[in-house]
Ligand binder design. Structure first.
Ligand code: HEC
Length: 451
């Protein structure tokens, strides 16, 4: 019998593995976006400081650098590996798909990241200690390396959503997967939003400047930069939405909560208004206000944006061939990968999954509930919380339906045939469908079922 190379499932009862990964990722996005944006802004400020011979501006660059070191680089380098660890257990095959296609790109990104980390230390340490030409060289190398890390990551993220060219599936080639119709829009959008985040963080530092005239000047300068970046970013974002593949458009329209797009625009409008207010009244800036704006960006801006990106690629988790529940759903000759749907429909996953406990391989009246639980864990729990919490909780999906026959009909109708736009086709044998339906019908009591 053929055994697909599936891994154990990580189930986190309260949040679901996806959200654990999501929370880590959102913090990482804030830290990394701030750091890349701040690298660009500091490079520019350092250039101005050196050209116009302004030691107080150089001192600002140094203090901004210290803040970045502590905030972005520490948070970023804790959450970065956090993403790797949690993604490895939450979605081993999704990550594997990315690594198999992009390992050298990642290696390159790490080289740039290393330059970036050394660069930020040098920027802080060398301020006022070396001649201005050398300082500027360091600043520019730092800025360019930092932006380069983003370029590479955006390409990999684009691939994750959708391989750039259809030819990638048959012929491979990392560039064909990397560059899609929306890559450029994404790079521009992200660059702008990074600068916007950097201006928010920069204001936090500016609020601590004691000399009032310089504080006002910095607050205004950053407000101008941040406002321009927010407005340009919104335009590029709009353009980016138009370049998305049709299926992603459909998902955006039909599946995201109604408040989603308005919330994103509202936070952008709020940020523009905040910068405009600072332009008019720089004395309003207080550390608490600046910090609150960063938290607001995290919760109302980045979280919904990341969730949308996550939703858009549903039911896939990577490259339009690995489902979120780790099943491979499409032949990818370029990687020598074959769809497992047919095999699972014939053999059933209980028999095929290497980590299903042996007593559950065959369904019988004594183990139906346990088998159903195993099926729900393996097939559904990546996208649905099996309790009442987490992402798309199953009890809510079933809308209180406790009738196993009806649930079985639903499963066999929609799931097995794959007639749903954002749920994968789930191949179940008859006995598996029955076991799963029985388990789902008793869901709130599921903790009572054995291991
Ligand atoms: C790739 C992720 C994914 C997997 C795996 C998945 N689902 Fe879903 N499911 C979704 C999404 C997304 C929705 C739509 C949710 C919404 O509209 O808020 C959904 C909706 C549903 C609904 C509601 C149907 C409707 O018409 O609104 C049910 C029932 C459901 N899923 C059951 C299951 C079961 C049972 C499994 C496992 C056998 C499963 N799902 C696996 C993503 C998934």
């Amino acid at each position: 019998m053929e055994i697909p190379g599936l891994y154990p499932t990580w189930y986190e009862p309260l949040l679901g593995s996806g959200w654990v990964l999501g929370i880590i990722a959102v913090i990482h996005v804030l830290a990394s976006h701030t750091s890349v944006g701040a690298a660009l802004v500091s490079t520019w400020l350092a250039t101005v400081a050196v050209r116009q011979n302004r030691p107080e501006l150089l001192d600002y660059v140094r203090r901004y650098g210290v803040f970045l070191l502590v905030f972005s680089y520490v948070l970023g380098s804790i959450t970065g590996p956090g993403i790797w660890f949690s993604a490895t257990v939450a979605s081993p095959r999704g990550l594997s798909a990315l690594i198999h296609s992009y390992v050298w790109w990642w290696a390159t990104e790490w080289v740039f990241f290393l330059i970036e980390v050394i660069g930020i230390y040098l920027l802080v340490y060398l301020a006022g200690r070396v001649d201005s030409r050398s300082y500027l060289q360091v600043a520019w190398i730092f800025g360019v390396a930092s932006w380069a890390t983003m370029l590479i990551i955006v390409g990999i993220l684009s691939f994750m959503l959708w391989p750039g060219q259809e030819s990638w599936f048959t012929e491979g080639g990392s560039l064909a997967g990397f560059f899609g119709p929306y890559t450029v829009a994404q790079i521009l959008t992200r660059t702008c939003f990074m600068v916007m985040a950097a201006a928010l963080a920069g204001n936090l530092i500016a609020s601590g400047i004691e000399e009032p005239r310089f504080r006002r000047e910095m607050t205004r300068t950053l407000a101008r930069v941040g406002m321009t970046a927010a407005i340009l970013g919104s335009l590029f974002f709009q353009w980016g939405l138009a370049t998305l593949p049709e299926s992603a458009q459909l998902l955006l329209k039909t599946r995201l909560p109604g408040y989603f797009v308005p919330t994103l625009w509202a936070i952008l409008a709020g940020i523009v208004a905040y910068f405009a207010a600072l332009l008019a009244q720089p004395d309003w800036l207080k550390p608490s206000l600046a910090a609150a704006m960063m938290v607001a960006l995290l919760i109302f801006g980045i979280w919904p944006e990341e969730r949308a990106r996550e939703s858009m690629r549903k039911p896939f988790v990577a490259g339009q061939f690995v489902y979120a529940n780790q099943i491979i759903a499409r032949d990818v000759p370029a990687l020598g990968v074959r769809s497992e749907l047919q095999l699972l429909a014939e053999q059933g996953i209980l028999k095929s999954h290497p980590f299903i406990p042996d007593p559950l391989r065959r369904v019988n009246p004594g183990n139906q509930l346990e088998a159903g639980q195993a099926l729900a864990l393996v097939y559904c729990s990546n996208c649905h919380g099996l309790g009442e919490t987490g992402p798309r909780p199953m009890t809510r999906m079933l809308a209180g339906n406790r009738n196993a026959d009806e649930i079985e009909r639903l499963i066999k109708g929609a799931l097995v045939t794959g007639n749903m736009i954002n749920m994968p086709r789930i191949p179940l044998t008859d006995e598996e469908a029955r076991a799963l339906a029985l388990f789902l019908a008793g869901l709130p009591l599921w903790q009572a079922v054995g291991p």
